[in-house]
Design a protein. Structure first.
Lengths: 385, 133
């Protein structure tokens, strides 16, 4: 396969930073954003004066100008925000990279920071008010993300004859990876499939507690800049070898019920095509993958949609050890959003960078090409040098 | 605690909730090319007409997928069965399945619409087809 150019141009992730991940940070979301951002800027060998672009989620509560004041950034010539939740995680990198590639900024700070456990909990039911377009769901009892997504997951289970215990096979792997990651909330706390089956139902008969991502407090940040600056950086940079979004007609982020076959994830299939085309590689060439998982079934749908296994084969792919640290495709080597923390998928990108640098606690030997995907947005990272 | 979050209709979907109050399941249809749409949008993505009419659905379909919704604050309550119904017209619509034990819910089971009132809110619901109630 011959490569087209990376949609991200010649750009790199130069620095990464984070706070600790917890259930009660004890400080404001703005402070978390500032701490993570300063760590990322320092990691990139820069100072806040080098930052002239800013990107975050539309959902982020932190104001750009207040964050500039925290950091002492004198001027920003570009900023933007990306819609939706984890689906938008990788879009932030594409926005930042395009700003750099297009000359709108030289170095862009990307961050996401929140108290989603000690503050407004993300997994709790919506209040007694219906946002636009949600009249079709909330009155009928689809009032939490777990329930919203499960209505699609159930069709996947039906199509391929899967049970909730099958989904638990992923959680066991994620928690095993988290168990050796000191950054992970579930550090040194692996589980068995029996633990998974004994956890309480969240959405019967789809999700138990241990199928759900955490609610976390914490902040992460990254710095995106031009690839030609890589040799001058103190740490190995990750080239953004491919980056894309994939949003389809009749798709829906929370309520993806209207495309033809709910037993597959068409956005992910489209995303995979764009990413592989940009880098001129295929799924067999990925050395590791960080895959967004608000809930365990979405890993199954993405393993299949990204071409790592065939339709309905994700369960056996996982049980056969392929996603283990010594498997053909180590997945979520930090423990993922179930095991490490739920920072809206952005902590998965940090782990992708660490794998490229060779600094992950659960390092995949010789990792040179790492997929970071979130269903409908994603990246492929490679060493910059 | 109220069990039903009431809908907040706007210009694009008020017809649906007005119909529900009269125990009619209405679908939006492009007045120009005839394309049926649900959930509704104010412009036809096929022919771009903003003229649309509504018609009463047959009210029949099959269970495409389903979950049990329990309020996190009261896990001991039996919960509501939420269904994604594949309507006979070929559109999908979310509702609840009533008049059936949870253990008897099956994908592809035939259902028909009915209307029930909860906490003063009338909702379209589905029950096993051929139900006498």
């Amino acid at each position: 396969m011959s490569a087209t150019a990376s949609a991200a141009g010649n750009t790199i992730i130069a620095g990464i930073g984070q706070t600790e991940f917890s259930k009660a940070s004890g400080r404001s979301e703005l402070q978390l954003a500032a701490e993570a951002s300063l760590a990322a800027i320092t990691d990139a060998g820069m100072t806040p004066a080098d930052i002239d672009g800013m990107v975050t989620f539309t959902l982020d509560t932190n104001d750009e100008l207040l964050l500039m004041r925290c950091l002492g950034i004198p001027e920003v010539t570009y900023w933007s925000r990306t819609p939706h939740g984890g689906a938008g995680a990788h879009s932030t990198i594409l926005h930042a990279a395009l700003a750099v590639a297009g000359g709108a900024a030289n170095a862009v700070l990307v961050w996401r920071a929140f108290n989603e456990r000690s503050g407004r909990r993300f997994g709790q039911p919506n209040a007694q008010a219906t946002p636009p377009g949600w009249n079709w769901y909330l009155p009928f009892g689809l009032d939490t993300p777990a329930k919203m997504y499960s209505l699609a997951f159930q069709r996947y289970m039906y199509k391929f004859g899967l049970t909730n215990e099958d989904f638990g096979e992923y959680t066991v792997v994620a928690r095993r990876h988290a168990a050796t990651n000191p950054n992970a909330w579930f550090y040194e706390r692996p589980i068995t499939i029996e633990d998974h089956q004994e956890s309480r139902w969240i959405v019967e008969p789809i999700l138990r507690l241990l199928d759900c991502c955490q609610e976390s407090d914490g902040g992460v940040a990254l710095v995106i800049t031009r690839a030609d600056r890589a040799p001058d950086l103190p740490r190995r940079a990750a080239k953004i070898a491919a980056a894309s979004d994939a949003h389809l007609l009749d798709g829906n982020v929370m309520f993806n019920y209207y495309h033809g076959d709910l037993g597959e994830f068409p956005e992910t299939k489209a995303l995979a095509g764009h990413l592989y085309d940009q880098v001129g590689l295929g799924p067999q060439d990925m050395d590791a993958a960080m895959i967004y998982e608000n809930f365990s079934p979405v890993v199954f749908l993405q393993l299949e949609g990204l071409g790592f296994c065939g339709p309905g084969e994700a369960r056996d792919f996982i049980v056969d050890g392929n996603i283990d640290l010594d498997g053909a495709l180590p997945v979520n080597t930090h423990g993922g959003l179930l095991g490490e923390a739920y920072i809206h998928g952005m902590n998965n990108i940090l782990e992708g960078v660490r794998q490229i640098r060779g600094t992950a606690v659960n390092q995949v030997a010789g990792a040179e090409t790492v997929m970071v995907a979130g269903g409908r947005s994603g990246l492929i990272l490679q060493p910059a040098d | 605690m109220a069990r039903v979050i009431p809908p907040t209709p706007d210009a694009d979907d008020a017809y649906f909730w007005d119909g529900v109050r009269e125990h009619k399941l209405l679908l939006q249809q492009c007045a120009s090319c005839g394309t049926l749409r649900h959930p509704p949008v104010p412009m036809c993505g096929v022919c771009h007409s903003t003229d649309w009419i509504t018609g009463e659905a047959a009210g029949t379909g099959t269970v495409h997928s389903w979950v049990v919704s329990k309020p996190p604050s009261a896990l001991t309550e039996p919960g509501r069965v939420v269904v994604l119904v594949e309507l006979t017209e070929g559109l999908r619509m979310v509702g609840n399945l009533v008049d059936v034990e949870q253990d008897d819910v099956r994908n592809e089971m035939a259902v028909e619409v009915c209307f029930r009132e909860y906490d003063g809110v009338t909702l379209p619901q589905f029950r096993p087809a051929g139900g006498a109630r």
